[in-house]
Design a protein. Structure first.
Ligand code: FPP
Length: 254
C-alpha cells in the first residue's frame, strides 16, 4: 500500500510542470496591428511578463525561464536594441521590489560582458535583493544563445583540463551540464513559444532535450493566465518517457 502511494506520488511529480520556459515572440506584430511603434509592443510585453509571473505563482510553478533578448537580437536596428536595454533597466528598477515582496527570486542568464554597464549594475542589485526568495525562481535570459551557452561551458571544462584539474576522460554529461547556465534550476518541463512560429531559435539547446514543446499563435502581449493554465493542464496529460517504454514509465506491465 505504501509502495502504491509512493508510486502514485512519483507519477504526480513527473506529471506536474515545475519549470516552464517561454520564448516571448510577437511584440512587433502586436504593435504593428495597432499602428504603434515596435517599442510599444515591447512595453506591452513587459506587462505580459508581469501577468505571467503572477499566474505562475498561482499555479504553483517553481521556475519560470523567459527569453528576453537573444545573442542574435544584437543584429536588430540600433535604436530598437538601445530602447530594449533601457526598457530592461526600467522594468527591473520598477518591478523587482514588488517581486521581492512576493517571494520571487530573480536570476539573469546570458553573456553579461555584452550588456551596458547600467543594466549589469541593475541586474546585480536585483539578484542580490531577491537571492533568499523561494516562492518562484524567475530566470530571464538576456544576450543569451543556446550555442553560446554550450561553448561557454566547454571553455570552462577546457580550462580545467589545461590547468591539470581534470582529465579529458573525466568529461561527461554531468560535468558539462554543471557548467550550463541553467545548472541550478535544471531543465524545463514545458517550453512555450508564442507568436505562431514553431522553432526553438537557439534557446536552451542543452536543456530542452526532453522538454515538452507547445507552440501558440497568441502574440506575446496578448498571452493571458487562462491560456497558460490550459497549457499547464494539457502538460499533465502527456506521458514523458525519457527514452524508455510506456510500461517502464507507468509500471503497467499488463
Ligand atoms: C520578440 O518579439 C521579443 C523580443 C525580442 C523582446 C522581448 C522582451 C520583452 C517581452 C520585454 C521583457 C522584459 C523583461 C524585463 C523580462 P518580436 O519583437 O520579435 O516580435 P515580432 O516577431 O512580432 O516582430
Amino acid at each position: 500500500m505504501a509502495d502504491q502511494a509512493d508510486k502514485t506520488s512519483q507519477q504526480q511529480d513527473t506529471m506536474a510542470a515545475r519549470h516552464i520556459a517561454i520564448v516571448m515572440d510577437g511584440n512587433g506584430r502586436w504593435a504593428k496591428q495597432r499602428m504603434l511603434p515596435r517599442h510599444a509592443g515591447h512595453r506591452a510585453g513587459v506587462k505580459a511578463v508581469r501577468r505571467t509571473v503572477e499566474a505562475c505563482v498561482e499555479l504553483g510553478i517553481r521556475t519560470l525561464t523567459l527569453f528576453a533578448f537573444s545573442s542574435e537580437n544584437w543584429g536588430r536596428p540600433t535604436e530598437e536594441v538601445q530602447k530594449l536595454m533601457t526598457l530592461f533597466v526600467e522594468a527591473l528598477n520598477k518591478q523587482v521590489p514588488e517581486l521581492n515582496e512576493q517571494g520571487v527570486r530573480l536570476t539573469i542568464i546570458g553573456d553579461r560582458e555584452q550588456l551596458p554597464a547600467d543594466l549589469v549594475r541593475q541586474i546585480e542589485a536585483s539578484e542580490a535583493m531577491t537571492a533568499g526568495n523561494e516562492r518562484l525562481h524567475l530566470v530571464i535570459a538576456v544576450a543569451y544563445g543556446g550555442r553560446w551557452d554550450i561553448v561557454n561551458a566547454c571553455k570552462g571544462l577546457a580550462r580545467q583540463v589545461a590547468d591539470g584539474e581534470l582529465a579529458v576522460e573525466e568529461i561527461d554529461e554531468n560535468r558539462l551540464a554543471a557548467r550550463i547556465q541553467l545548472a541550478g534550476p535544471g531543465d524545463p518541463d514545458l517550453f512555450i513559444r508564442t507568436g505562431g512560429d514553431s522553432r526553438i531559435s537557439n534557446f536552451l539547446l542543452w536543456n530542452l532535450a526532453y522538454t515538452e514543446l507547445h507552440f501558440s499563435d497568441t502574440l506575446w502581449p496578448d498571452f493571458e493566465q487562462q491560456e497558460l493554465a490550459a497549457v499547464v493542464g494539457g502538460f499533465q496529460g502527456r506521458e514523458r518517457r525519457f527514452g524508455k517504454t510506456s510500461a517502464q514509465v507507468t509500471g503497467d506491465h499488463a
